[in-house]
Design a protein around this ligand. Structure first.
Ligand SMILES: [Zn+2]
Length: 581
């Protein structure tokens, strides 16, 4: 078994490992390559401008990360073409469908990049160009394979003229129109051929040779060789569905509905999850994955032990329908913890409307497990992952709960990710993410940014002001962007652009996104008026950060539009993350 996935960066350990395995394959399978060419691969992925092509690396690996094959695609956005530089299975891995799966994935990639087609070189099957019968046999098998996709050598040009007279086995230039059925105009082809020869083979091809080859393109449109091995009808149609490696792993809290406060007006209700699921599942963007169990120590890494112990113990003591509402608060004597458990609730909370029940601990712990599961999927190479959970978490501070929140799942994930790189948290819930702010307030390794209704009129009232910028080592690493009471999509975007500028400056390796959809028009807990198309655009802008992004569900309470807004947001996020612009 293997999966195909794109390697986006050189940051994740799993990706660094994959790149060195790819280098091993290059060494073993391409004996003419110099060590210098092999060594430049990470730089090629990191710094596209230097090489005048954007390099896109795909690997086929198994669940343990063992690389079984790879392909490297070069993309030229101005001339709009893709060039397949390498495609290879590891030694002893040929004939297992790895090459075919990689090639199909690259075709989809090239198609999504809006390329006129995919070009690559292939050694000749013509006895006049290739002397050795065994080599010719291998070349025939390759050209036959590509014919399945309609890809054939460009005919009637001097591309395969040897640079040195009498040179053996000069390659054909093969063209795959990606099933688009569009002829390739001569002018487009000559610009592309010149780019390929000048940028890739300048060290081998002198200028007069390049001119000669380019001038030899006379047919308009360019002519491909006749099918030699297959009938034209046998050409495979292009698949048009979202490739597996770009689906968003979705982790849904399956125990969320054990937490159901039936009090009138308690809008944080189980129906929220169903209304989101119903809308996002048919998009095909998501792949539901099972929840893994994680140790409590991850929660205790951001919440105080005493607080976690209290929540656990008090929930265990609650009767099934009992709900403890905090009602007295330690304003004067914080050092003395009240003994009585209901009174003590106020010691650990910030408001009177978030109750403790028999199931709060279990549901909140499960939401953290879901979030860490999604985090693990992101660390395994997925660009986007979504923890669709409730209860939400961003109001939970290191030692208090409130605002429908108990454990701060986004903060747990952000802290977890600091072991792997720099983390930014962007909180786009209508309400200030006071919990996340407080947890990371003195830390410089996690940047926290929140866009929210001004605390002058919006919960949590005591936090979220512009002048809260972090303290100690964390000074300058908290940004609050409070907005006015009335705000539409355009106004919101101005705040979002500020947030994105700060995020870019921080250069994070990961983004944790606290996704609240209570900024929507008509939300019972908010005052802003974002519409479906605003969520699409906000998603797109965030996706354009091109960061591995973990999305954690926070608020959003108007269940008539909640699901649709989530769908719009994720469609935008996906387009921003994977689109070609
Ligand atoms: Zn909210």
């Amino acid at each position: 078994m293997f999966r195909i996935r794109r390697i986006y960066d050189y940051v994740l350990p799993i990706n660094q490992e994959a790149i060195s395995r790819v280098q091993d394959i290059l060494r073993a399978q391409f004996s003419t390559l110099s060590e210098k060419d092999i060594a430049k691969l990470p730089e090629q992925l990191r710094n596209p401008l230097k090489f005048r092509f954007r390099s896109i690396l795909y690997v086929a690996d198994d669940q343990r990360g063992r690389v079984k094959g790879f392909a490297l695609l070069l993309h030229e956005p101005e001339l709009r073409f893709a060039y397949l530089e390498y495609i290879s299975a590891a030694a002893k891995m040929t004939g297992r469908g790895i090459g075919g799966a990689l090639y199909e994935r690259l075709r989809e990639e090239a198609f999504e990049l809006d390329a006129v087609g995919l070009f690559f070189e292939c050694l000749p099957d013509d006895p006049a160009l290739c002397n050795d019968p065994e080599t010719r046999r291998q070349n025939r098998a390759r050209l036959r394979f590509y014919e399945k996709y309609g890809a054939r050598p460009i005919a009637g040009t001097a591309y395969e003229a040897p640079v040195e007279p009498g040179g053996d086995s000069p390659p054909y230039l093969v063209f795959d129109d990606l099933g688009q059925g569009r002829p390739l105009p001569r002018e487009t082809a000559t610009a592309i051929v010149r780019a390929i020869l000048e940028r890739k083979y300048a060290h081998l091809c002198p200028e007069p040779y390049i001119d000669m080859v380019v001038d030899s393109f006379r047919d308009d449109p360019v002519r491909l060789r006749e099918f030699r091995y297959l009938r034209p009808e046998a050409v495979a149609p292009v698949r048009r569905q979202i490739p597996v490696d770009r689906r968003i792993p979705l982790v849904v809290n399956d125990r969320h509905d054990i937490h159901h406060v039936k009090e009138r007006g308690y809008v944080e209700a189980p129906v929220r999850i169903d209304s989101i699921l119903r809308e996002i599942e048919p998009t095909g963007l998501f792949e539901t994955v099972p929840i893994r169990h994680f140790s409590e120590k991850h929660i205790r890494a951001v919440h105080e032990d005493q607080f976690v112990d209290y929540l656990k113990a008090v929930c265990a003591l609650c009767q099934s329908e009992e709900a403890i509402y905090p009602y007295v608060f330690p304003i004067r004597n914080h050092a003395r913890r009240p003994r009585e458990r209901a009174v003590r609730a106020g010691y650990y909370s910030i408001d009177t409307f978030t109750p403790l029940t028999a199931n709060v601990f279990l549901a909140a712990k499960r939401a953290v497990d879901c979030t860490l599961t999604a985090t693990r999927h992101m660390l395994a190479g997925h660009r986007l992952a979504y923890a669709l959970v409730r209860p939400p978490g961003h109001h939970a501070e290191s030692r208090v709960f409130g605002g429908f929140c108990y454990f701060n799942a986004a903060a747990v994930a952000a802290h977890y990710l600091t072991a792997f790189g720099r983390v930014a948290v962007l909180d786009i819930d209508y309400h200030h993410g006071n919990g996340t702010q407080e947890i990371f307030y003195q830390r410089a390794d996690v940047l926290t940014v929140s866009i929210h209704g001004h605390p002058r009129f919006a919960y949590p009232y005591f936090n979220g002001f512009r002048d809260e910028k972090g303290a100690g080592a964390g000074a300058g690493f908290n940004l609050n962007l409070p907005g006015p009471e009335e705000l539409d999509g355009a106004g919101y975007r101005q705040l979002l652009q500020k947030a994105l500028r700060r995020l870019r400056r921080f250069r994070p390796d990961f983004l944790v996104l606290s996704l609240g959809l209570d900024t929507a028009m008509g939300d019972p807990t908010g005052s802003w008026s974002l519409l479906a198309e605003d969520f699409t655009e906000n998603g797109r802008l965030i996706g354009r950060l091109r960061l591995p992004t973990l999305v954690v569900q926070e608020g959003g309470y108007d269940t008539r539009v909640l699901g649709s807004n989530a769908r719009h947001f994720f469609t935008g996020l996906w387009t921003g993350a994977f689109g070609s612009d």
